[in-house]
Design a protein around this ligand. Structure first.
Ligand SMILES: Cc1cc2nc3c(=O)[nH]c(=O)nc-3n(C[C@H](O)[C@H](O)[C@H](O)COP(=O)(O)OP(=O)(O)OC[C@H]3O[C@@H](n4cnc5c(N)ncnc54)[C@H](O)[C@@H]3O)c2cc1C
Length: 413
């Protein structure tokens, strides 16, 4: 079978990898001039297989007024005269129920744990070098109520296979000594020993290097339309002319929304903008070794060799890739307040990206209303974490095998 994979972010690259391993002829079509240049470029670098609870949760409802009005809130909602944004927002609000949040956690955790197993297998098989580290993840809390609620969530997740430790303030410092100077801001934390971190862009590039001999890559080529005849896609119209294949896979992140709509279904993917900073560390830098999530600011920290990646902000309604200095300055102040002895070599690299998110925080993986059209998209804040498991799941479904997550819900059709 000849499969045409649209998009060469982390989702398209892992999809191409698993389809090639099945023995298919694979072509990857990418609008940009290389792999991983959009949202997969400089994300938070967290492989948080266990920290997956959906954003839509009853606890967000009392915070909404703040999110709508405070431009310095970690999550900022800017209302626009955009029907798609309103539909997304209403659907998000409808999902802010404990039953939906619980089911979302179950589904995402299953996919997360499957992704962990698949990514470890892939890393070993291909001897990938992408600053991968299995140092665990520490969630730090500045208020006792937040910690108690997280503990309840983890007790529930333990029944589904998550491992964790509850730590007091000293336990957090023992785990991550770079937090020592700010100890008085921390009431306690949760440590998840099974979490990893890595550079998503480097993984995309390494996958490209390994696939380049076997898979055809068409860069600088945008798919503008999937032409349909009856229940089949007959051609992908692109900026470089028509491309025909036996199967087509929509794996182009945010761009999946437009192609899916043309093909007759709506995955409800919308942009959630975020920012990252990458600091080059020096010999005197005091920076975390394990992944840290500061729950008060919703900022994440990951060590990538001699660099520190800092990421945060969820801006709904700002769909431009443009960097807003107010948000970046805030992120920088937050990072440098938590780690005052960072002593980096120069200014951090600043980046903004658009998370391709669905209201439920769950991706769509599988068949579509067209017989030879498949989708793997809408991974929101967890695309790097869930990439390997999602691609393996899609290849199960395309092969007609029972999926490795039997009850999985990530389907549109
Ligand atoms: C600030 C921030 C921090 C994040 N932190 C984390 C984290 O710590 N851990 C985690 O798991 N996830 C994280 N994420 C989310 C993660 O980065 C995304 O979920 C993931 O990168 C999405 O990958 P993708 O392949 O779907 O999309 P992309 O990486 O955007 O790739 C899509 C590709 O498709 C191409 N394309 C689009 N339209 C077309 C078309 N019509 N024709 C051809 N090509 C097309 C684009 O050029 C692009 O290269 C973060 C995101 C942000 C913004």
């Amino acid at each position: 079978m000849h499969a045409l994979v649209i998009g060469a972010g982390i989702i398209g690259m892992t999809t191409a990898y698993y389809l090639r391993r099945e023995g298919h002829d694979v072509t990857v079509v990418e609008a940009g001039e290389g792999v991983g240049l959009e949202t997969s470029k400089a994300n938070g670098a967290q492989l948080s297989y266990n920290f997956v609870a959906p954003l839509a949760d009853p606890a967000v409802l009392p915070k909404l007024p703040l999110w709508l009005t405070d431009k310095d809130a970690p999550l900022h909602f800017q209302l626009r005269a955009d029907p798609a944004q309103w539909r997304w927002g209403l659907s998000f609000l409808r999902l802010c129920r404990s039953g939906a949040a619980r089911q979302g956690t179950i589904d995402l955790l299953e996919l997360g744990l499957h992704s962990r197993a698949k990514l470890h297998e892939l890393m070993q098989r291909e001897a990938i070098d992408c600053d991968f580290a299995s140092t665990g993840k520490l969630l730090v809390y500045g208020d006792a109520a937040g910690l108690a609620s997280a503990q309840r969530q983890m007790e529930f997740q333990k029944t589904l296979g998550s491992d964790y430790l509850v730590l007091d303030r000293q336990g957090c410092i023992d785990k991550e000594s770079s937090l020592a100077s700010q100890a008085e801001k921390i009431v306690g934390g949760i440590f998840m020993p099974d979490e990893d971190s890595a550079d998503c862009f480097k993984l995309c590039r390494q996958l490209h290097r390994r696939l380049a001999g076997d898979v055809r890559f068409l860069f600088g080529t945008r798919v503008s339309r999937l032409r349909r005849r009856g229940r089949r896609i007959v051609v992908a119209e692109t900026s470089a002319g028509p491309l025909e294949a036996d199967a087509y896979v929509i794996a182009n992140g945010l761009g999946a929304q437009q192609l899916a709509r043309q093909a007759g279904f709506n995955p409800h993917i919308h942009a959630l903008k975020g920012y990252s900073l990458t600091y080059d560390l020096t010999e005197v830098s005091v920076a975390p070794m394990c992944s840290v999530s500061d729950i008060a600011t919703k900022v994440v920290y990951a060590r990538l060799g001699n660099r520190l990646r800092v990421a945060g902000m969820v801006d709904v309604g700002d769909n431009a890739a443009e960097i807003r200095s107010r948000r970046v300055d805030l992120l920088r102040r937050q990072a440098e307040a938590l780690f005052p002895q960072l002593a980096p070599a120069g200014e951090p690299q600043v980046w903004a990206g658009l998370r391709p998110a669905r209201p439920s925080s769950t991706p769509v993986i599988g068949a579509t209303p067209c017989d030879n059209l498949w989708i793997n998209a809408g991974h929101g804040s967890l695309g790097f974490t869930l990439a390997a498991g999602s691609a393996a799941l899609l290849s199960d479904r395309m092969a007609g095998r029972p999926p490795s997550i039997p009850r999985h819900k990530f389907i549109v059709h």
